[in-house]
Ligand binder design. Sequence first.
Ligand code: IPE
Ligand code: IPE
Ligand code: MG
Length: 242
Amino acid sequence: MTLPFQSLEKIPRHVAIIMDGNGRWAQERGLARIEGHKEGAQSVRAVLRAAKQAGIEYLTVYAFSTENWKRPKLEVDGLMKLLVSSLDAYEQELHDNQIRLRIMGQFERLPLPVRMRLQKTIDATADYADRTFIVALSYGSRTEIADAAKRIAEKVEAGELKAKDIDEQTVSDHLYLPDVPDPELMIRTSGELRLSNFLLWQLSYSEFHITDTYWPDFREEEFFHALEAYNSRDRRYGGVRK
Ligand code: IPE
Ligand code: IPE
Ligand code: MG
C-alpha cells in the first residue's frame, strides 16, 4: 500500500508504540488470546514497512513488559514462541530494508533459546545505520531508571563521577539505549489512557496519539493517521505559542 507520507510536513525521527488490545481482538472473535498476538505480529510487519516508507529512523514497539511475566504460563510461552517464529519469518525483510534490530529490557530474563535467536538477528543487522527497529522485551521503565541510578552511584563510589556533576544528561546516558533520541510521538492502541511503565523518562515531552483501534487492526493507514495527527500538534515545550 502506498500512502502519501511525503505530503506530511514533519516526520518524527522516533516513534514508540504501546501495542495493546490483542487479547480483546481475539476474545471478540471467540478465539484464543494467542490468535490476537499472531495477528498483532502482522501489524508489526505492516507498521515497520510504513515507518520505512515515511522515513522514520527509529521505531520502538512495546512487546512484553516486566509486568507481563505474571500472565498465565501458556500465554507467556506462546508469546515467546511467536517472537522466535516472527524473527524466522521477518529476518530477511530486515536485511532487504537494511533495518537494525535492537532490544531494550531485561535480556537475561528471557528464555535461553529466545535470547540466542534474538542475538543472531541483532548481530546480523548490527551494521545497518539508517533505520533501527527496537523491541522492548521484559521492559519496565522504573527498573530501567533504578538500574541507571545504581550504575551512577557505583561510578560515584569508585570516584569516577562527582555527585554535583549529575544532571539530566547523566541519567539519559545510563539508560538502556543512551544513543537513541527520545521519541517525538507515542502511539497507544485499544484506547487505554496510561503508560503502563513504558519509557517514563524518554516520553517527557512526546506527543501522544491514543486510538481505540486494537493492535491487530492497526495497519499502514492507521499509522498514517497517527502521523497526520502529530503534524497538527503545536509543540511548545513549556514556552508560548509562536
Ligand atoms: C498487547 O495486547 C500485547 C501484550 C501485552 C503482550 P494484550 O494482550 O494486552 O491485549 P488486551 O489488553 O488483553 O486486549
Ligand atoms: C502494555 O500493555 C504492555 C505491552 C503492550 C507490552 P498491557 O496490556 O500489559 O498493559 P495494562 O495491563 O493495560 O496496563
Ligand atoms: Mg493489554
